[in-house]
Write a protein that binds this ligand. Structure first.
Ligand SMILES: *[C@@H]1O[C@H](CO)[C@@H](O)[C@H](O)[C@H]1NC(C)=O
Ligand SMILES: *[C@@H]1O[C@H](CO)[C@@H](O)[C@H](O)[C@H]1NC(C)=O
Ligand SMILES: *[C@@H]1O[C@H](CO)[C@@H](O)[C@H](O)[C@H]1NC(C)=O
Length: 427
């Protein structure tokens, strides 16, 4: 009997082998190019639907496994969501070898793009939490490498996550949270104790990456002037450079920045004097041309309306901002949430959170967490573990599956970040 690949895939999936909810305890490294690789331990939640009849599962999967040639099995496996790949790797030696080969890892990244995940911290001290997979609508307990507390600075791009400590701001790591591959970077140059730092990372096509830090510090004894400096790390040369320093008057840097299509964007904040409409502004710095002259402030782009807080993200190399819209008379009070995309120097509103979702968070703080990549945007109130997902292509708002995190005390704060789950990339 000959089966079509699609039939085989269906059979394989329905066999239940690939949707077993188990704790992974691999001991051997299957990502060869990363010596410190520790097999991930993913504990899956909300998996009741996967608890099928045990006996059926055994018989049909053994059968399917026997009749499948390697290349077909490889092609089928390449279509599975990433969490299933982990499970597949522990099924047997043959499957393990297939999914740990370099060829498979690269093909896997080409076949289906995995939707970005959201990691939600469950504690403000320890770096523990759960990651949400929007394709399967499941939460996984994963451990983040390197990071020591949840108040570290975090940025991500194409499967890599960059973290920096929030005290000395000298400890920096780039890691892949799925494979746990991790690399420590040299301490960034510039001001030792900056008041504000903004961290961004971008992976370019050749799997090289750049990390950018915008530091800003008040000029001593001066209320209106701030020293601002841009520092760039290049993974190719493994060196930091400081292409630009400047003194801003009436504005300071903050902690919000992102790189899209070779351009570094960051928000600056008015230090007083301006009206409420003018509390945030956007600055752009072209990393390709790296000009070291010309004033940054000349690139100033005003935000589209009075914001309580703005979050920047890279959606398919376009700059997108999610912002809390302030009331005209009370700019600290949030009345809604808008999403804008930057076209040239103009902001175009692409969505506004419908009122029922806004209310669904309960009390919404004037500041909140939001991050996104590809075509998904996650929005999370600091006050509640609820997570809202906006699909930019389908213009669809949707709550995530309920997170296993519960609020333990009234002032508990929730934060998180978005990253792409990828197997083939390492720092
Ligand atoms: C992986 O790529 C190779 C060569 O590019 C190709 O021959 C093979 O069929 C691909 N496998 C999958 C699983 O797509
Ligand atoms: C860094 O620490 C300061 C002070 O505790 C805090 O206000 C800030 O939010 C932290 N930054 C991040 C990125 O969590
Ligand atoms: C950035 O600079 C490069 C090289 O000068 C140029 O080709 C590119 O168009 C610039 N990008 C933007 C967005 O201005």
């Amino acid at each position: 009997m000959r089966l079509l690949p699609s039939q085989l895939e269906a059979l394989l999936l329905s066999s239940g082998f690939l949707s077993l909810s188990i704790i992974m305890e691999g001991e051997t490294s299957w990502v060869n190019h990363c010596p410190d690789y520790v097999a991930p331990d993913m504990v899956e939640f909300d998996s009741f639907s996967d608890l099928n009849d045990e006996d059926n599962r055994e018989s049909s999967s053994v059968h399917v496994d026997l009749i499948l040639p390697d290349d077909l099995l490889e092609r089928i496996l390449a279509y599975l969501p990433i969490a299933s790949i982990f499970r597949a790797s522990s099924v047997c030696k043959r499957w393990y070898e297939i999914v740990s080969s370099t060829r498979f890892l690269w093909n896997f990244s080409q076949v289906l793009s995995q939707k970005p995940w959201y990691f939600m911290f469950t504690s403000s001290e320890e770096p523990v939490g759960y990651a949400y997979d929007p394709s399967l609508r499941k939460w996984y307990s994963i451990e983040l490498p390197c990071i020591q507390t949840s108040n570290w600075f975090i940025a991500s791009s194409c499967g890599l996550v960059c973290v920096m400590d929030n005290d000395s701001r000298s400890e920096l790591y780039v890691c892949n949270p799925i494979t746990k591959c991790c690399k420590s970077l040299q301490e960034p140059p510039g001001l030792k104790f900056s008041d504000y730092s903004a961290l961004a990372i971008c992976v370019n096509k050749k799997t090289c990456y750049s990390v950018a830090i915008v530091k800003s510090k008040q000029v001593p004894g001066n209320f209106f002037q701030w020293d601002l400096s841009i520092h760039i790390y290049d993974s190719g040369t493994m060196m930091w450079t400081t292409p630009l320093t400047e003194v801003l008057t009436g504005w300071r840097g903050g902690d919000e920045s992102v790189i899209c299509d070779g351009v570094l964007y960051f928000l600056i904040y008015s230090t007083g004097g301006g009206g409420p409409d003018n509390r945030h502004g956007l600055i752009t710095y072209n990393l390709s041309s790296r000009s070291s002259h010309g004033l940054l402030i000349r690139t100033f782009i005003p935000v589209p309306c009075s914001l309580t807080c703005g979050r920047l993200m890279n959606l398919k190399e376009k700059l997108v901002m999610v912002g809390g819209i302030g009331k005209p008379d009370r700019p600290d009070i949030i009345k809604g949430i808008g999403i804008w995309i930057l076209n040239g120097k103009e902001w175009q509103e692409i969505a506004r959170m419908p009122h029922k979702y806004f209310q669904g968070f309960g009390e919404f703080d004037d500041v909140f967490a939001s991050s996104g990549t590809d075509d998904l945007i996650y929005i999370q109130s600091y006050g509640a573990p609820a997570l809202l997902v906006f699909d930019v292509n389908q213009k669809q708002w949707r709550w995530s599956q309920k997170c296993p995190v519960t609020k333990r005390f009234p002032l508990q704060l929730f934060t998180g970040f978005c990253f792409e789950p990828r197997l083939e990339i390492s720092p």
